[in-house]
Design a protein around this ligand. Structure first.
Ligand code: CA
Length: 480
């Protein structure tokens, strides 16, 4: 989709009021108007408690329909409200991407006893003690749902590890023992083997499990009309599974079924290896770019802006890159806290929204509110979304030639009248660049459309002019 924009429609600290789906339904036409072409919704199925964000997944088939874990609705609302929201979004040509958590399950219904061994958390290939019997909540029979939609019941042998022996209260990473059981091989090698993340780690080497998860995905996508999946925590999942799972759902729903995955690593090589391992069936969030933004925002004028795209996915593998500034995990108080400082956010968003490559994400926390405090970035984001909708077309020249003032030129295309723009970004003082846009622009007047500069630029007979930017700010110049 040309100039698509994905909005992450949630943040970590939303109130547990069951209102998100209703809000999303009411917001559908506005989202479409500002140029949002897809929304990424949080895990929409039942978690271990009502207030959970959805990542402590309990029952993938319960989208707020059954009385389980003390609640019918989820943190975000009921199944019916979700379906209403999806209909409103589709009526406005906005796609719906579901957050899919298949690495682990939480909130088991009853405890089971089985053999396990503690492992060293820093090297999970190393055993830390003798194999012994432990007890953990690995039994799931979904008493509120019964066999509706699926009769699959989970047991200890469908998991590869747990985080607690409930018979003794011992916490730690326990690897479950049994015929053919062990950590998955196709996972990140951090901590020796990073299969285990939290709760009950799903054994993705079990054919019973993988068939059930594939069956679930086709059911969910068909039942709700999802247009794609955001795959959670893929660095902790066997990449062979992720590849087969995505091939399976695309085989059913068609190649246009979208997938983006969270591989939380700033190591470009790890991302590249993963993409190859999954046959490029999924896009990836550009985590290295997020960290460049984060570091640049911390360093201020000492950061060399020419390196802003170095080591990023969007530079090396642009077709697979989903560019973002912050998300529910990087925001303050979250597990991977690394929030880009406020002053730098307009710069970061200007780059991802106006550059040619990458599929940009707007974070709910940056557009609406974070921790119930309204965002100060909405005004500039609306301007940048307008710039993306109207002007950000055609070929691109990167102007990464100065440590403190960088920018880019989009040359426009014939399908979009008067398209094309000049973006400048400064992390220090006021700056300028003398830019020649070509003789076909001779004599034109350009203005700064975000409102940071009121003076216009009059291009000379060669189409050249001097474009300004205020210190620690952005300037988006377009034709008057
Ligand atoms: Ca795992």
């Amino acid at each position: 989709m040309k100039n698509g924009v994905l909005m992450q429609y949630f943040e970590w600290n939303l109130p547990n009021d069951g209102y998100l789906w209703k809000q999303l339904k009411e917001d559908a036409s506005h989202l479409s108007e500002i140029g949002v072409t897809a929304v990424w919704i949080p895990p929409a199925y039942k978690a271990d408690e009502q207030q959970d964000e959805g990542y402590a997944t309990y029952d993938l088939y319960d989208f707020g329909e059954f009385d389980q874990k003390g609640t019918v609705r989820t943190k975000y609302g009921t199944r019916e409200e979700l379906q209403d929201a999806i209909k409103a979004l589709h009526d406005n040509n906005v796609q719906v991407i579901l957050d899919v958590v298949l690495n682990h399950k939480a909130g088991g219904d009853y405890p089971e006893t089985f053999e396990a061994v503690l492992v060293n958390p820093d090297n999970r290939n190393e055993e830390d003690g003798e194999p012994h019997e432990i007890e953990a909540y690995t039994g799931y029979d979904f008493p509120g749902r019964g066999d509706k939609y699926s009769s699959f019941k989970w047991h200890w042998y469908h998991f590869s590890g747990v985080g607690c022996d409930t018979s003794t209260g011992t916490e730690g990473i326990f690897r479950i023992l049994g015929d053919g059981k062990g950590w998955s091989k196709g996972v990140d090698s951090e901590n020796g083997n990073y299969d285990y993340l939290l709760a009950n780690d799903i054994d993705l080497d079990s054919p019973e499990v993988t068939e059930e998860l594939k069956r679930w995905s086709v059911w969910a996508a068909t039942e709700f009309g999802f247009d794609g999946f955001r795959m959670d925590a893929v660095k902790h999942m066997d990449s062979n599974f992720t590849r087969d799972f995505l091939k399976n759902i695309k085989g059913d729903r068609g190649e246009k079924f979208y997938a983006v995955s969270e591989y939380w690593s700033s190591e470009l090589d790890s991302l590249a290896d993963f993409l190859e391992a999954v046959d490029y069936e999924t896009d990836l969030f550009d985590v290295p770019l997020h960290f460049n933004f984060y570091i640049a925002s911390e360093k201020g004028a000492d950061y060399d802006m020419r390196t802003l795209l170095d080591g990023t996915l969007v530079k090396q593998n642009c077709l697979s890159a989903v560019t973002f500034v912050d998300n529910h995990d990087s925001q303050p108080g979250s597990s991977l806290e690394s929030e880009v400082a406020d002053w730098f956010k307009p710069i970061a968003y200007a780059l991802i929204l106006l550059m040619r490559e990458g599929y940009p994400v707007i974070f709910y926390g940056d557009y609406y509110s974070e921790a119930r405090v309204g965002s100060s970035h909405r005004v500039i984001l609306d301007k940048l979304l307008e710039a993306r909708r109207v002007y950000a077309y055609g070929d691109e020249n990167l102007l990464f030639d100065d440590p403190n003032v960088v920018g880019l030129v989009r040359h426009g295309d014939i399908e979009h009248d008067n398209s094309g723009l000049v973006l400048l970004m400064s992390n220090n003082e006021d700056g300028c660049k003398n830019i020649n846009l070509g003789a076909n622009h001779a004599g034109e007047t350009w203005y700064e459309m975000t409102g940071s500069i009121t003076d216009e630029v009059h291009l000379d007979e060669n189409g050249a002019g001097v474009f300004n930017v205020k210190g620690r700010n952005i300037a988006v110049w377009v034709k008057r």
